[in-house]
Design a protein around this ligand. Structure first.
Ligand code: UT7
Length: 319
């Protein structure tokens, strides 16, 4: 049997940090409101000349270094993003050129905040099927570009960033199992509904959200998909070493852990430092906890994504 395992992780946050107090000078909000409702303390915003593939490039270089794999040896590049550099070519193709990786297939996955879990599931299945041995899986976003900075209900919640893993073929399983779901009937509660037509942006090009509806749905489906994934792997919540849900809001993370009966100390939380970075949030949190030594080889980590679409999914990984 062929399995896949994570050989290296990397992440990147742009240098420009914007605190809640700084935001409160631009829009009618406060540090107190943002902190108590979301747990967010600050976000990193890309420089005007930085695009999604630049962030992805930084994170990917670190992940490749950690894995000890050269970009030229990659068999496949998958980038999960909802804020690509262009309509086309894909950000994965732009990243491939920036990395100097030649000829390997490269494509983007669009599943919004679940994008990384979707991409990991795809990469795992390619490796298990024997098609590829070394796959770069990236989540990268510049959500600051699609935020309405006058809308306090959304602009305080998001930030820019990237995270990456190198997934390689292995004799023993690293990715123990994964489950994906979507329900397009909920597309209206979280969307950026604009599009380009006849050389103009048609419709609303900003992120719009019914926060309470998203909150309720997120907590329910994160619980359901965690249980489904654990059942697939014949494991109990108590056997997990670390839980990494999509880093959207500390209240959602806490509720997810509580419903699963997982002690608070076993949840990796980084949303306080970078806000919601959509598809980048899960690999970012994973990389932080790997590099600070909390996640060690052999640990079982449950990764969970949830976001616009509506999409959700989970992957149980033995690191
Ligand atoms: O990847 C998934 C992305 N989305 C999410 O994770 C969002 C999920 N939802 C949430 O996290 C929460 O619903 C929010 C953080 C967005 C909002 O928290 P809430 O506890 O559901 O607040 P609310 O929407 O019920 O708003 C409460 C009040 C309202 O004022 P009134 O009507 O009570 O006078 C809002 O107008 O807070 C007001 N408000 C704000 N006040 C200060 C909304 N945004 C802000 C703000 N600063 N930034």
């Amino acid at each position: 049997m062929i399995y896949s395992r994570i050989a290296g992780t990397g992440s990147y946050l742009p240098a420009n940090v914007v605190t809640n107090d700084e935001l409160a000078r631009r829009v009618d909000t406060s540090d107190e409101w943002i902190r108590t409702r979301t747990g967010i303390l600050q976000r990193h915003l890309a420089d005007p000349d930085q695009v999604c593939s630049d962030l992805a490039h930084h994170a990917s270089t670190l992940a490749l270094d950690a894995a000890g794999i050269a970009a030229t040896d990659l068999d496949l590049i998958i980038v999960a993003t909802s804020t690509p550099d262009f309509i086309f070519p894909s950000t994965a193709c732009v990243l491939q050129a920036k990395l100097g990786a030649k000829r390997c297939p490269a494509f983007d996955v669009q599943a919004v905040c679940s994008g990384f879990v979707y991409a990991l599931d795809i990469a795992d299945k390619y490796i298990r099927g024997g098609a590829y041995q070394r796959v770069l899986v990236v989540g990268a976003e510049v959500f600051s570009r699609i935020l309405d900075w006058q809308d306090r209900g959304t602009c305080v919640l998001f930030g820019d960033g990237a995270g990456a893993v190198v997934l390689v073929a292995a004799e023993k399983p690293g990715v123990l199992g994964s489950v994906l779901h979507a329900d397009g009937s909920h597309s209206g509660i979280l969307s950026t509904p604009g599009h380009v037509r006849d050389g103009k942006v048609t419709g609303d090009p900003f992120l719009r959200m019914d926060g309470q509806a998203v909150f309720k749905l997120a907590v329910r489906v994160l619980d359901e998909v965690a249980r489904e994934t654990l059942a697939l792997c014949k494991m109990e919540p108590a056997e997990i070493d670390w839980l990494i849900p999509h880093q959207a809001n500390v209240r959602i993370l806490d509720a997810t852990a509580k419903r699963l009966g997982i002690p608070a100390g076993k949840t990796i939380i980084t949303v306080d430092r970078h806000a919601n970075t959509s598809a980048a949030s899960v690999p970012l949190a994973l990389d932080v906890a790997v590099r600070d030594g909390r996640i060690k080889r052999g640990h079982k980590v449950l990764l969970e994504g949830v976001g616009g679409g509506f999409t959700w999914g989970a992957a149980l990984v033995e690191f």
